[in-house]
Design a protein around this ligand. Sequence first.
Ligand SMILES: Cc1ncc(COP(=O)(O)O)c(C=O)c1O
Length: 451
Amino acid sequence: MKSNRSAGGADVLAEAWAEWVPVLAASAMTTAESPHWAAHRIDAALATIAPLTARHTAGVRPRLERVLAALAAERVGVQHFASVSGYGHGDQGRVVLDRVFARVLQAEAAAVRLQFVSGTHAIAAALYGVLRPGDRLLALTGRPYDTLEEVIGIRGSGQGSLAEFGISYDELPLTAEGLVDETRIAEALAVPTRLVLIQRSCGYSWRPSLRIAQIERLIAQVKAIQPACDVFVDNCYGELVEEREPTAVGADLIAGSLIKNLGGTIAPTGGYVAGRAELVEQACCRLTAPGIGSEGGTSFDLNRLLFQGLFLAPQMVAEALIGAELVAQVFSDLGFAVNPAPGAPRSDVIQAVRLGDPEILKQVCRAIQAASPVGSYLDPAPAPMPGYASELVMAGGSFIDGSTSEFSADGPLREPYILYVQGGTHHSHSALALERALQALQGPARLTPES
Ligand SMILES: Cc1ncc(COP(=O)(O)O)c(C=O)c1O
């Protein structure tokens, strides 16, 4: 099938259909039978990605080995599942959980807390914890994720952003190809800088996510110019995708969400920070209070889910990666631009598809929602969301509300109408949901084989 990577939306779909009409006719398929077209596309894509599926499945073992080694080294037992109520002082389960996460994340220390509302909250605690009035924050990977705009003070006012606390902010724009502009790092670091922010995953932008080797190179460049400048990495969606985490290659502090990769699809909420012990403590002082830091906060007797989620995480991440490969293959076969391209290296679980049309975006989300285990009857209408400037359409009928480690799809309702797909507990679910999406796209309201 001819691929038109620069186009998107209805034109691409029309072209794809035009090419399929003779195929359908040749196999004597009628319009009524056309749902088989979707199933055949999925089966063909599954066959194409089989080597990638095998590679991601093989990747589970070394990561699981790391998790098992951490659980064994910290002698995790059932006694760690309970927690201390009230202040949560001296909570052995929490202390051991932190140590296990630190080992898995290849960091000196970690703080894993259900009190982190989200990844944004954990990142905000890290930034507020480390930065002081008069400090400079520099983003090396262009504009940070949407929800950090209000944290930094790029958008909105009156809520106590970093800018309102006297922290200055600059960003190094990405190149036209969406890459870090490594030729301008020295220029960007010409003035004293307290913290550099690197975003590993693409977020809601059409750019390649950063590989660990690239993060390693960027950190080395920063440290060569300003050895005292710390590097923070927004690690959302990247955990366990590669063999090493940013903290293994020189990142001073990282943060992320537990309803993404590391929660293994069963952590009920929460987030983590990890890195140098001193900086982790500073982030915790922002989460709780100076003087309390990491030593307070109950785990509500939910530690088992966090340990067990971590144990499941390598498998869940691999399933999500296989699902992402499938999405890439299916939509690429139909002629849509996809990012990453099929078979390209991955550093996170996000798969972007440039649909180029708000109606197609909504239709695909609707189909994925209908194939969800929870709330299949709901129609995901675009709506404002706290922290975001654009309206979002989100398909995520997940057991943990808002979990994007379960199969989910979303996108901001803005040009060029990119669909972001992620997560999935088993790639059979991703396949079924995608089949529904293709069926929706070939429906009478859109294009039919006869048209
Ligand atoms: C790169 C990146 N950073 C931060 C966040 C924010 O995470 P949360 O939605 O848990 O606040 C996201 C969410 O999608 C993200 O993609």
